[in-house]
Structure formats: C-alpha cells, structure tokens
Design a protein around this ligand. Structure first.
Ligand SMILES: [Zn+2]
Length: 73
C-alpha cells in the first residue's frame, strides 16, 4: 500500500472509510471485498482498489493471517 497517498485520499473523502476494513490485531487496512464497482465520488472505487489491497475480516474483525495465527495458539 502507498501509505501517504492513501492517507491523503481518505482525508479528502472521509466518507470512503466505510468501504475499508481494518484488522483489530495487525491494523492492516484494505478495502471491503464487497465494495461495488462504482461508488461515490466517481472513480472512488477504482482509486481504493489502486491504493489498497482487498481485506476480508471475520466476525471478530480479524484478517485471515491473524485468524490463522489465532487458531494455532
Ligand atoms: Zn491482521
């Protein structure tokens, strides 16, 4: 992830936070896999896909990596 650019973009469009997931353990940030192809403002979905990786969270708000580590302990 290009962090500076992503932070700047989210500061311009704070409403887009709702399309982002953040893991409670490792704090990794990514866009929700169920994000539609088009969201407001135009091009936002494209930009989020460019700036972030997809990040799916489980019911405990953990990413797959942390979930796997959690289940091994
Ligand atoms: Zn994680």
């Amino acid at each position: 992830m290009r962090k500076g650019e992503a932070e700047l973009y989210l500061r311009m469009y704070p409403a887009l936070q709702r399309w982002l997931n953040q893991c409670v353990i490792c704090q990794a940030q990514g866009y929700r896999p169920d994000m539609p192809a088009q969201i407001y403002p135009g091009g936002a979905a494209h930009n989020l896909r460019r700036l972030f990786r997809p990040l799916a969270l489980d019911e405990l708000q953990m990413c797959a990596t942390c979930r796997a580590a959690f289940e091994r302990t």
